[in-house]
Design a protein around this ligand. Structure first.
Ligand code: HQG
Length: 181
């Protein structure tokens, strides 16, 4: 089924464009872009038969708008979620007073010790609503949603970014900004 195939391609693109372009020999520039020609060539060389329209469909239909094409439609990158150090040209953006971080209950003790850390990614990811945060947390086990006092963080000089696909990003969240933990 096409939907299934698209889901697999989307997952593989996340791996390649956020974490491991070298897995199929892709060259990524400092801003996270990869040439579509090269991507198609290397995908097919490594047994993942894909056409340009498959990629375009996955970019357009992705439920979280994880990927972007450049203006000319010749390059692709992930909007956020990288473990690689890339500059996806995020603009500092003042956050709403509160944002939410979904995590697993089993991480709470460690979060109490060291605050919310970016772990393997470039930023800590925060959600604008609690339902989204709950889904993010569920990926790691029985979830819990933490409320973050962004107004205070902003006053204290923390810089927030809003990615193209509307995920809030910040370098870290010290425990004092987490409510009722
Ligand atoms: C936790 C998905 C122990 C943190 C989602 C999280 C998101 C700590 C996990 C995006 C900790 C890292 C990112 C500490 C943080 N001790 N654990 N001090 N500080 N953690 O996957 O936020 O579908 O790297 O709470 O929707 O879960 O990929 O981050 O549970 O937007 O597009 O360490 O990934 O988007 O896990 O998810 P992750 P995340 P995509």
């Amino acid at each position: 089924m096409k939907k299934d195939k698209d889901r697999k391609l989307s997952k593989f693109l996340s791996l390649l464009l956020r974490h491991q372009p070298e897995a199929i020999g892709l060259q990524m520039d400092a801003k996270g872009w990869v040439s579509l020609d090269q991507l198609l060539q290397q995908l097919n060389k490594h047994g993942h038969s894909s056409q340009l329209e498959d990629i375009q469909r996955v970019v357009a239909n992705n439920n979280k708008q994880r990927f972007a094409l450049d203006m000319e439609g010749r390059r692709i990158r992930a909007n956020q979620g990288h473990s690689l150090t890339v500059d996806v040209e995020l603009t500092p953006t003042p956050p709403p007073p509160f944002l939410y971080h979904g995590t697993a209950k089993r991480f709470l003790e460690s979060i109490r010790q060291t605050g919310i850390q970016k772990m393997n990614r470039q930023y800590v990811h925060l959600s604008a609503d609690q339902d989204t945060a709950m889904e993010v947390g569920l990926r790691h086990g029985p979830p819990i949603v933490l409320t973050i006092d962004c107004q205070q963080m902003l006053e204290d000089g923390y810089v927030f970014y809003l990615s193209e696909n509307k995920v809030w990003l910040v370098d870290q969240v010290p425990i004092k900004y987490v409510q009722r933990i």
